[in-house]
Write a protein of this length. Structure first.
Length: 170
């Protein structure tokens, strides 16, 4: 299964665009196209922010990016926490479908990608984190590129890291 986390409009548009946004978007599109071609299930996660957030439900920033939307029977799971599995139905659907491995990409490296990767591993899934297809903002002095590198290093203990071009779907 390919899981695309929080690839919402607000992640790619100023003033809050993630680091390396155009390249991240292209990598996410490539992953989705290749998963679909291999008939691997694709699922999307959409964050529901609070009224003051750019991803408040129903606002333009909340929408999934127009180039990354489900087709056919692909599902979107709405969440209110950093963990894409928490009270979304995703874990139940993964179990019901017999999914044992998951490829994770999307936003935010240091929040939802971190929590979702850790939860997937804790649930016994074989996790591949696409090392160059997740990103974040720089809210502190630490550059977003360094945050992503730090997260890749930390998560490499529980997930296989693979660059987008190296990911294969079978």
């Amino acid at each position: 299964m390919l899981l695309i986390v929080d690839a919402q409009v607000n992640q790619f548009e100023p003033p809050m665009a993630v680091h390396d946004g155009p390249a991240i978007l292209a990598r996410l599109q490539s992953l989705v196209a290749r998963a679909r071609a291999a008939q691997v299930p694709v699922a999307f996660v959409q964050n529901d922010g609070s009224e003051i957030d750019p991803d408040f439900p129903g606002t333009p920033g909340w929408e999934l990016h127009p180039q990354l939307r489900p087709i056919g029977d692909e599902k979107t799971y709405r969440k209110t926490t950093t963990d894409s599995f928490h009270q979304t139905g995703l874990l139940e659907d993964v179990r019901k479908a017999g999914v044992t491995s998951i490829v994770i990409a999307g936003m935010q490296s240091d929040h939802c990608i971190d929590a979702t990767t850790r939860r997937a591993a804790a649930e016994g899934l074989d996790v591949t984190l696409v090392s160059d297809a997740h990103s974040t903002f720089s809210f502190t002095d630490e550059p977003a590129e360094r945050i992503r590198a730090r997260q890749n290093e930390a998560l490499s203990n529980i997930a296989t890291l693979a660059a987008e071009a190296e990911v294969t779907f079978e």
